[in-house]
Ligand binder design. Structure first.
Ligand code: AMP
Length: 616
């Protein structure tokens, strides 16, 4: 009888396999970054030749050309609003090749909104393969800096969100929901790098309490095996810690007895968790002792002692969470691995252990055809409310190719995707930090126009202004007028919440009761976009707060800005503040604080669609 391979022999084979795969992946990165320009040329030609007969390209007169020069000369640079009529046709069931020769398999609902509703990004089946490819680059890269991660597990808090159907019957859902529900994720072959503590069933449970509870329980049960922890965005990871703070007694009870909380009613979740759960009084004692300590500093390293890093995005607005993460993780490295969106997955961080402030993403040239629109700052700001929407001819000619960007310069990202977006402005501003071979590496600077963000919400100045305008109608009966306002994303609370600072001019003699300010809070929330309201409903954002400040506060704010060098003539009240001394100044003059008394209304899908609630 042939001898079964000895344990050590198996281990060596496995190590060889992993090493070989990692080597191949790193070689792929070398190749595509070295030949970045050729790859980009090929990607564009491929996209244009496949789609030569689609209505959108024909309408613009591309006439089957597949070269960069003609493409750049003929095709307009567009925003979502420009292509919305085409998107609406597809959503309403027009199956003719409007944007893409391949059938649109579903819409990915972006956290970027248009008219208060999520933008709908078309996608095709094969894009899942491209997304999987980008994911497959991450661990071989990290392995160069943190070896041995194949010997344990990742504790990742991953969630799906509800989905809707367009009138034409296409599914519309966030990109990660689409990915987690795909066979690329669900039926992934065994890979030591995608070995997570959360069983698929716990990730695929739509009920956020059951999903979080069961993922946390599984993470705690396997605490010694955990080598890395994370979530997609920093806010999500902090929410998980907050959940643990609230529910650790119940979690410990389950670990002690090996039985599962009766609030977990989803049969597939129960079954998956029960496979892992064993009565373990010793572990329960240990967790109880750690969680009942007064300070939660370093709770991550205490409960999951073998953790080497925290894998969360802390670039962009998420940087506001860095101090909280440092506190809970005792300063473990915060690793931002990738940069992606509903439109397209863009790139990876090739120096994952660098400081968050130095993170740069290398765009992977096979993902899409990338162009870059130079950003010209006006008075140092790029979040101007008056940003022109469409580009003139001269500006269209300013777009440069991937390999032609200049170090230090800021650009707006423009993509042409396999799924039918052509010269589409993503809305992100990036700065060139350097190059990997011939492929540029970018710091993420900001999302254009966004003033407030706590989680995936992105509120711009115009939305804020409209919401405030709607809310102040409650003050009319009191002959009170809003003279100035600003806002602040407060992330010192968990979850974070929006604060509005209002200065009023009150002529009436009847005092304004707190309930009226509460009505104002709720009206602001009801007026904000669907992503904000969804995050409120699922408690990723806390109740909105309006702080009434003393008369003269905004004059003081102006004096302060001028003392720092702002010009008196050009001074405009900022509609959002971030600088700590300014927030302190505002807080020192607060007369009353008022919170939204309940959640704003939210239902999945666009306003005009028939909603499809529940799981599908
Ligand atoms: P969505 O389309 O809802 O998936 O959101 C995509 C947007 O999230 C991007 O366009 C960026 O504005 C933001 N984003 C994604 N990845 C990162 C990252 N690594 N750092 C900062 N912002 C990011």
């Amino acid at each position: 009888m042939p001898e079964a391979p000895k344990e050590s022999q198996k281990a060596t084979e496995h190590e060889y396999d992993v090493a070989e795969k990692n080597k191949k992946t790193l070689q792929f990165i070398e190749d595509v970054t070295t030949n970045a320009d050729q790859v980009q040329k090929r990607v564009l030609a491929e996209i244009l030749s496949r789609n030569a007969h689609v209505e959108y390209l024909k309408r613009n007169g591309l006439n089957g050309h597949t070269d960069r020069e003609t493409f750049k000369k003929i095709m307009p640079v567009v925003t979502y609003e420009d292509i919305q009529p085409d998107i609406t046709r597809v959503a309403n069931g027009d199956k003719s090749p409007i944007l893409c020769s391949q059938p649109i398999s579903e819409f990915l609902t972006s956290s970027g909104t248009s008219g208060g509703e999520r933008k709908l990004m078309p996608t095709i089946e094969e894009e899942l393969g491209r997304r999987s490819l980008l994911y497959s680059l991450l661990m071989p890269v990290i392995n160069q800096f943190v070896p041995g991660l194949d010997k344990g597990k990742g504790m990742y808090f991953l969630f799906i969100k509800s989905e809707a159907k367009t009138p034409g019957g296409l599914v519309a859902r966030p990109v990660l929901t689409s990915y987690y529900k795909s066979s690329h994720f669900k039926n992934r072959p065994y890979d030591p790098y995608t070995n997570y503590t959360s069983p698929n069933e716990t990730i695929l449970c739509l009920d956020s309490y059951q999903s979080m509870y069961s993922q946390m329980l599984c993470g705690l049960c396997q605490n010694k095996e955990v080598l890395r922890v994370g979530a997609v965005f920093a806010s999500g990871f902090i929410r998980a810690i907050r959940f643990l703070e609230k529910h650790w007694t119940l979690l410990c009870k389950d670990i002690r007895t090996g039985t599962l909380n009766t609030q977990i009613t989803d049969p597939s979740v129960r079954e998956a968790v029960m496979k892992l759960l064993q009565p373990d009084p010793e572990l329960a004692d240990f967790i109880e002792a750690e969680c009942s300590r007064e300070s939660w500093q370093g709770i991550i390293t205490r409960l999951w002692p073998n953790t080497k890093y925290v894998d969360v995005i802390v670039t962009g607005t998420m940087s506001q969470y860095i101090p909280t993460l440092d506190y809970y993780s005792n300063g473990l490295p915060l690793v931002c691995t990738m940069y992606a969106s509903s439109e397209c997955y863009f790139g990876v961080n090739l120096s994952p252990l660098c400081k968050p402030s130095e993170v740069s993403y290398t765009l992977v040239p096979t993902m899409a055809y990338f162009e870059f629109l130079p950003v010209h700052r006006n008075n140092g700001g790029i979040n101007s409310i008056s940003m022109p929407k469409s580009l003139n001819e001269k500006e269209q000619q300013e777009l440069v190719d991937l390999v032609d960007v200049k170090v230090g310069q800021e650009y707006e990202l423009v993509v042409t995707t396999y799924a039918g977006l052509y010269r589409y402005r993503v809305g992100d501003v990036l700065r060139v930090a350097g190059f990997k071979n011939n492929a540029p590496q970018f710091n993420f600077i900001c999302r254009k126009n966004v003033v407030l963000s706590i989680d995936s919400d992105k509120t711009d100045e115009v939305e804020l202004q409209n919401a405030v305008k709607n809310a102040v109608t409650h003050l009319m009966p009191f002959d009170a007028h809003l003279t100035e306002y600003t806002s602040y994303a407060d992330t010192t609370t968990i979850p974070g919440h929006y604060i509005l600072y209002w200065e009023l001019n009150i002529h009436g003699s009847t005092p304004i009761p707190p309930s009226v300010y509460e009505d104002c809070c709720l009206t602001v929330e009801e007026s904000l976009n669907t992503v904000y309201r969804q995050n409120r409903v699922c408690e990723s954002i806390g109740p909105l707060e309006i702080k009434i400040v003393e008369a003269g506060t905004f004059d003081k704010l102006m004096d302060y800005a001028i003392s720092l060098g702002a010009s008196i003539n050009q001074y405009k009240t900022p509609r959002c503040v971030k600088f700590a001394p300014i927030v302190e100044l505002l807080n020192s003059r607060v007369i009353s604080s008022n919170f939204s008394p309940k959640c704003p209304k939210w239902t999945p899908g666009h306003k005009q669609w028939i909603n499809m609630t529940g799981r599908t």
